[in-house]
Design a protein around this ligand. Structure first.
Ligand code: CAA
Length: 259
């Protein structure tokens, strides 16, 4: 018997790599080991020729209820600094393939932050998002104050992080935090269908679109527009640009070569 806390599967036919967080007894609390497994799984899928899109999910009751409180509770700040457990999350930012979160139940604290590290989110009607760290005397530490603010605006982010209240899937959708809210029975299938649709597109263009959109968070409009334009021109040295445009002109479906 192994002690893995994530289950990895893949659908090579559809080009999808799937990560399931699997600590149901603690509502998928993100231990150090779990986060290492998640990051390494993403890097493994990033390297795989067969995988074009990544889906991450938990179970119906919890995507993840935050960083593992029991693991952190006794630590001092020097130990936390030494451990620097959230630095590892930066590696998710380096993943060029799109990541889709399939969220049901609790997505709290680090769980909400992990969801916000995804590029798109499909939520079940039972999903609840929140940054409840304030209730345990701390604050978001893996991007919550930054990503939530960028995703839903200052006043809403303030309310969520300062009160520790949870918001429903519908409210999250209204705020622009998630792409779509669907019945609990179909949230995973919906995420897989979205992943399959994107996995069937021209892979290099997909990566450069993701990269360019993410760039908008860390640059000026001028810098971002220039970055986008250069990426657009860069695609004209790919076979898939020739194939895509020729297929359009010849009125046929393109066959992507990922080159
Ligand atoms: N860490 C460790 N264990 C956790 C956990 C967490 N984040 N969340 C839940 N659990 C455990 C509980 O301790 C409990 O274990 P036992 O059965 O051994 O007691 C089990 O999961 C089930 O939880 P509850 O009995 O509490 O379930 P509930 O349905 O009554 O409540 C809940 C659900 C509202 C989500 C509640 O569990 C809760 O408030 N969890 C903590 C949420 C939280 O504060 N998250 C932020 C963590 S800090 C963080 O994430 C920092 C960061 O920025 C990265």
């Amino acid at each position: 018997m192994n002690n893995w806390t994530c289950i990895l599967t893949s659908e090579p036919q559809q080009g999808i790599g799937v990560i399931q967080i699997n600590r149901p007894q603690v509502l998928n609390a993100l231990s150090l080991q779990t986060m290492t497994e998640i990051v390494e799984a993403m890097e493994q899928f990033e390297q795989s020729e067969d995988i074009r899109c990544i889906v991450i999910h938990g179970n119906e009751k919890a995507f993840a209820a935050g960083a593992d409180i029991k693991e952190m509770s006794g630590a001092g700040s020097m130990q936390m600094l030494e451990r620097d457990q959230f630095a590892k999350w930066e590696r998710i930012r380096a993943i060029k393939k799109p990541i889709i979160g399939a969220i049901s139940g609790f997505a709290l604290g680090g769980g909400c932050e992990l969801a916000m590290n995804c590029d798109m989110l499909i939520a079940s009607e039972s999903a609840q998002f929140g940054q409840p760290e304030i209730n345990i005397g701390v604050m978001p530490g893996a991007g919550g104050t930054q990503r939530l603010t960028r995703a839903i605006g200052k006043v809403r982010a303030m309310e969520i992080a300062l009160t520790g209240r949870m918001i429903s899937a519908r409210e999250a959708w209204r705020c622009g935090l998630v792409n779509k809210v669907v019945p609990v029975e179909s949230y995973f299938q919906e995420a897989m269908a979205l992943a399959a649709e994107i996995a069937a597109k021209a892979p290099i263009a997909v990566k450069l679109i993701k990269e360019s959109i993410l760039k908008s968070f860390s640059t000026t409009l001028e810098g971002g527009l220039e970055y986008e334009r250069k990426n657009f021109y860069l695609l004209f040295s790919s076979d898939d640009q020739k194939e895509g445009m020729n297929a359009f002109i010849e009125k046929r479906k393109p066959t992507w070569r990922n080159s």
